[in-house]
Design a protein around this ligand. Sequence first.
Ligand SMILES: Cc1cc2nc3c(=O)[nH]c(=O)nc-3n(C[C@H](O)[C@H](O)[C@H](O)COP(=O)(O)OP(=O)(O)OC[C@H]3O[C@@H](n4cnc5c(N)ncnc54)[C@H](O)[C@@H]3O)c2cc1C
Length: 413
Amino acid sequence: MIVGAGFGGLRAARALASAEVAVTLVDQRNYHLFQPLLYQVATSMLPPESIAYPVRAILRHQKNLEFRLARVESVDFAKHELATSAGSIGYDRLVLAVGGRTNFFGLASVEQHGFGLKDLDEAVNMRNQILRSFERALQERNPERRRAHLTFVVVGGGPTGVESAGALSELVRLVLAKDFAALEIKDVRVILLEATHALLAALPEKLREDTALRLWRKHVEVRFGAQVVEFDGERVTLKSGEVIPARTLIWAAGARAAGLIERLGLPQGAQGRVRIRDTLQVPGHDDVFAIGDAAVLEREGQPLPMMAPVAMQQGALVARNLLRSLAGQPLEAFTYRNPGSLATIGRNAAVAHLGGFAFTGFLAWLLWLAVHIAQLIGFRNKLLVLVEWAWEYFTYERAVRLITADQVRERGD
Ligand SMILES: Cc1cc2nc3c(=O)[nH]c(=O)nc-3n(C[C@H](O)[C@H](O)[C@H](O)COP(=O)(O)OP(=O)(O)OC[C@H]3O[C@@H](n4cnc5c(N)ncnc54)[C@H](O)[C@@H]3O)c2cc1C
């Protein structure tokens, strides 16, 4: 039984394809989501369906697998049973691969009024909000209120915050400036707030500095030592007491384990993730494994990051360890092979840290494009994304400038 068809769960399910076991894969969504490109849906670059793929289509040919669309509510470890939105389901061995969710660090006002970026609905909501802010600004006569509509605050200087801020600034300057010629472009502000004194903290200093410089060149105001304490939908308040009038706050400042993990009563570590052994088993439950963002293993005193390569490598190992445990063999310990880091800052600009080499600029950007295309699931999605990127690159247009949802989470009306 694998719960979660994300990066880890899907890798585990596929790795069991030729084994003599019956695999049940449960997910609350019927699609696998490529979260690293969510920010491109939010900034009108890609349509939502280009970064999602139906689980049934991915696993159609896997004869030993059954997919169930259901939300797991709790687990009875003694009875070996899941309570789900579609009834209870029994298991012999369980893999928890339920991923993570946005961490608002208890800031209720930010959670209520700000925008997280974790699933497709949130990305589309954010796109609607950005485009609607320009429409509202055009209709607003009061200059202060107009500027507040055109001020976009991105919180968090990790990869998601950096990539979102760069893409948003380019959307504004390269595309929306043409659509809204009556607005003053100098009234638009994209502000990236980082509580510490560095962007992309995991990268070497040279790359961190280069990232900040490139963002400045793209007209993103990067602010360090800026900690948000409140957002009421109209004003962002910082710990220093400074108030920034803004109607849009994008929260990219943290992640924690999915809600299910909190309900299971298992030992939790950093970011609320389940503590696991090197074999990926949950202590005290030899037949339960946890992987990816939902689980935490420490290396050199630091938790392994909540990133796709960790989840995928653990997915591959959990499949091997499941078979070993069924055969009564000793289980393998997890060793993480860090493939390196890549982040893009917009057109022709990215930073890369691979195998001890640090480089930036066009080459890093090309590599970023290639890696992301290669990792997308499905030939159609690869082609779709490639065509959208090429179209945007050569025409300076973003086709998906649509305000779509009927029930837009309106801000500051
Ligand atoms: C905006 C964003 C950008 C990112 N960018 C990068 C990047 O550039 N590089 C990188 O390496 N990583 C990136 N990540 C992190 C990466 O996406 C995660 O580390 C990875 O998805 C973790 O894989 P996972 O299998 O643990 O969980 P996920 O891929 O999140 O999958 C979890 C699955 O479990 C399902 N699920 C959850 N709860 C339940 C339940 N109760 N019942 C049933 N199903 C459930 C979910 O629907 C989901 O399908 C990014 C994440 C985000 C949000």
